[in-house]
Design a protein around this ligand. Sequence first.
Ligand SMILES: C[S@@+](CC[C@H](N)C(=O)[O-])C[C@H]1O[C@@H](n2cnc3c(N)ncnc32)[C@H](O)[C@@H]1O
Length: 538
Amino acid sequence: FQYHPTHRTTTANKIATTTSCLEAVVSSSRQKRVSGLSDWGKETAGIQVASTVDIKESKISGGLGLVTNGSGVDTEAGSVVVTVPASLALSVELPTGGPDDIGVVKDLVEDRNVFRSLPWYSQFALYFYKLDKISPYKDQAKDVNLQPWLDSLPRKFTTPIHWDVKEREEWLQYTHMVESVERQENSWKDMYSKLQSCCSSRVKDMTWDDFLWGCECARSRAFSGGYTGTSFNPFVYAFTFFLVTVYVALHLGTLEQAANGAAIVFCVSVLQDFVVPKFFKSKKYVICPVIDMANHNSLRATANVAYEYFANSYSLSTTSSVPSNTELFISYGSRSNDQLLQYYGFVEQDNPHDTYVMPPLRDWDIAALEKACGGIAFPSGRLQKLDRAGLLGTSLSNDAIASSIETGEETTEDEGLTSAGNPRGGVVLSRAVGIDPAVIQALRALVSSDEEFEEAGFSVGNFAAEVNPENERKARIAARTAIEMELASKSTTLEMDREMLKRVTSSKTGLQEPEELMAIMFRIEKKKLLKETIDKLQ
Ligand SMILES: C[S@@+](CC[C@H](N)C(=O)[O-])C[C@H]1O[C@@H](n2cnc3c(N)ncnc32)[C@H](O)[C@@H]1O
């Protein structure tokens, strides 16, 4: 069972310095409320937290986190530090299971089909609304009041969806993200009205802010996994054993027949728990009190979340030795800073999964590239060839894109840079790879002479690898020029941003809003990535 979508442990010894919008507004009252969470977890809810671990302020994120205490003793690799009974976890199962608390659908939903069509996090929004505004008890754990956990949740998010359009444009200086947040806002508003239309009158007071809060809690605190079967049920096996014994003892049949019967029970159980859910591509999204306090680190995750089938519980265990007085980190998956800022409210420095999405090739300034490549026009008809090969990106307008995207699809947590996450087919630069190899291929074809193109059989597909050094040089100059122009189009330089960040973080007055601070960090990371890609193309 994995945190969104994979847990990675790396041995890189560099800690990414991050700060979160959300964390920057962690108030002292929240800190106080959180102190009640540990007692509640241990005494009332049956959550086991190792004596070596505390929920306290995280130095890296500036908010709350799970930190080993100052006992001077290392927590060994493989130690289970938190165990949460599954009955206490909140889950939403797709495609059809919905919230595990049957009361959510039974009492609050009138049109189940519409509700089921909503993405997991908007189903969670209704679940949160029920717990927060109607009753803090879950059907599965009727005797446990979840209020202390609800009180530990952040009440305010300052992710870009809360910024106005001008702030997004000015602070982020990055069209791809501005458009992505706009699509998120439109589709979440759509989901909100759908939710209102399918719910009973008990939900009529749910405001857009309630909905947004629920979605954001879900997106920033849930982990997901393919395992969705039932938990291990020892009764089934004990009862089978009993039947086999009786069957044989009463001479109702041979031992072989009894064993065949027992084998069928075993197979059905395995099918039901492991095979059928995989076959139907079921996916469960889970939020676990206390485990949801674990912060993320792409480079240095030291813990992992797992579902314990036989104990029917969720556990957090260390994956490497953790010194005392050190925060535990998990990995939320291979998230770019776009995803981290948009859905979690923070930015990771030198994030190995970071990407930059430039405008699609069709929007590049071809005249400028021709000039940079020696002032000779690229042969005519080449762009049309690239277009037919699907290498220029889409030609839809923003409005057309917005309406062509199915509600919720573009904001699934696994979107990455799929067509939904990159609907205009923008050129992707990534820290790991540099510029998308398909774009270099397209540029080789674009800059090729008529002879080179003829030699390649007039096929763009034959430019997948270098054709000759001169063509390669030009293709790289074209790519570099476009990226340099992208960098030059920003209203501030990397140096100016760094200076601004230094001034703001060292100033006691704290003039900047936390979200603006976050935006400066974000654009520094984006500009660093552009520069790195330019260097790679030298
Ligand atoms: C699962 S919660 C972790 C607990 C959270 N720190 C809290 O106080 O409730 C996820 C949120 O923690 C924060 N966070 C997680 N990892 C972070 C990091 N490396 N740097 C900054 N903030 C982080 C983000 O605000 C994110 O939305």
